[in-house]
Design a protein around this ligand. Structure first.
Ligand SMILES: Cc1ncc(COP(=O)(O)O)c(C=O)c1O
Length: 471
């Protein structure tokens, strides 16, 4: 028989490949501060030029690594850059990348406890730590997901299964109109009819108005509908607003609704003293979503759902088959697949566990507190600087602002201002609509963003606004 190509590399080749990849990654991170904050010039042409047929023959690793680092990675918004304050930054902690490498290189099966019990325990530890931090009881269970969207998906499915069983046509969901669009998307994926999703207006700080929820639930009850899920926000994406969480909890309790909080962006601020005050009532939820790739600064690919009564999460996701009959799990241990839609998946727990163990929780507390302080610093600068207005008092670390030019149209001016800032490649910000009006957002959440970066960012914004205002 013809000898096949050996896909196992020699130890020497593996070492060379690993060292070269680490060299390239460290070099990249070391040079981040000097790199452009975004580089999307000619992106359509570049993407087109990269189309290629499947490679029948192999290429040496050095050539491929060079190609990835020089031709692929730089064509992007530089999301790990200290001056990346667009959308919701995370940063991407290096130890998590190392954990991903170890997890993939050792390739253990972590979907079911019995195949890698020690690895499953580390992941369960992480979820138990999250539960403790969020004030959830020992009965809580959770899952690590690829991100907040899929974590919200499992939350909606859990609530639907628990309170509606198979009769979903009359089930109603309530959330503010500032809720992340993924909640609407996953509700639709979970089979909830679109007309059954109530997105209610907010107050002038973009927070939910409890009376609106109360009224909407009562109206639906009168019509014979089945209200079942109330969603609160612990940090909206648009403006960072935190809903009145305890008041929403009261309404959910009064009407036997499942109370879910989307804390994908804001939840980890609960770790620090000031954040705990702002997020009062987070622990009153039945379930909550956290995104470690936001609030714990991990690389993308880390979401989490916690459910206070873990048995309810399990019964919404538990299904087995004869080929899995050896996969038993002892009491107090956890098989991820019993609580999640997934079976085979990467070893997600390690990328969270490693940085937490390496740095200790206090390091994260300090970094999160710092981000809250930096936001207040910048907010005050906006208030003091003539021409600028902020759309709301920031609850967490998003500032939505705009500049009022001496003459001309406000929206047009601010669109130009954002384009000018991004084009300068010195700072990356993004925009949104609040009350239908165009605003620019600053979101301060990268572990690499400190006072110097925030001061520089403010300088860039104010100088750009003044310059455009003169033309
Ligand atoms: C508040 C909120 N919820 C949910 C999501 C969706 O999370 P992911 O992008 O991790 O799927 C985001 C993403 O920015 C978010 O800010």
């Amino acid at each position: 028989m013809k000898k096949v190509t050996d896909l196992e590399l020699s130890p020497g080749a593996m070492l060379r490949m690993g060292y070269a990849a680490v060299d390239a990654a460290v070099d990249h991170i070391k040079n981040l501060p000097e790199a452009p904050r975004s580089n999307l010039d000619d992106s359509i042409e570049i993407a087109k030029s990269l189309r290629e047929p499947p490679p029948e023959k192999g290429t040496d690793f050095e050539t491929l690594l060079d190609f990835i680092m020089k031709k692929v990675i730089p064509v992007s918004i530089n999301t790990p850059h200290p001056a990346y304050m667009g959308f919701i930054p995370g940063g991407g902690l290096y130890p998590s990348a190392v954990a991903d490498f170890l997890g993939a290189a050792t390739n253990r099966f972590t979907g079911a406890w019995f195949a890698a019990p020690a690895a499953a325990r580390l992941e369960a530890n992480v979820l138990e730590w999250f539960s403790q931090w969020m004030g959830y009881p020992n009965s809580a269970r959770g899952i690590l997901t690829s991100g907040g969207s899929l974590a919200n998906f499992s939350a909606v499915v859990t609530a639907r299964k628990h309170l509606l069983e198979d009769d979903i046509s009359k089930g109603i969901i309530y959330a503010s109109d500032q809720t992340h669009h993924c909640v609407l998307k996953v509700a639709l994926l979970a089979g909830i009819p679109e007309p059954n999703i109530r997105l209610l207006p907010v107050d002038r700080n973009f927070r939910a108005i409890p009376e609106m929820f109360e009224r909407a639930v009562k109206t639906d009850l009168r019509k014979g509908m089945k209200p079942f899920l109330l969603v609160g926000n612990a940090g909206t994406t648009n403006s960072g607003a935190v809903d009145p969480l305890p008041d929403l909890a009261d309404i959910a309790k009064r009407h036997n609704l499942w109370y879910h909080i989307d804390a994908a962006y804001g939840g980890f601020f609960y770790l620090c003293k000031k954040g705990k005050k702002i997020l009062k009532g987070l622990n009153l939820s039945d379930s909550l979503v956290l995104d470690p790739h936001k609030g714990l600064f991990l690389p993308y690919g880390s979401g989490c759902l916690l459910v206070k009564d873990g048995e309810i999460l399990r019964s919404a996701h538990m299904l087995t088959a004869e080929y899995l009959m050896d996969t038993t799990t002892p009491e107090r241990e956890v098989s991820a697949t019993e609580y999640s839609p997934e079976l085979t998946r990467s070893y997600r727990g390690l990328r969270v566990w490693l940085p937490l163990k390496l740095f200790g929780v206090d390091a994260f507390r300090e970094n999160l507190s710092e981000k809250l302080q930096l936001t207040q610093w910048m907010y005050k600068r906006f208030l003091d600087e003539p021409g600028f207005e902020c759309m709301a008092v920031p609850d967490l670390t998003v500032i939505a602002f705009r500049y009022r030019p001496k003459k001309g149209e406000v929206e047009d001016f601010n669109r130009k201002l954002l384009a000018y800032i991004v084009k300068s490649k010195k700072l990356f910000l993004s925009s949104t609509l609040l009350n239908g009006e165009f605003v620019i957002r600053v979101c301060i959440l990268s572990f690499r963003t400190h006072q110097a970066e925030v001061e520089e960012a403010f300088e860039i914004i104010s100088k750009a606004a003044k310059r455009l205002d003169k033309t």
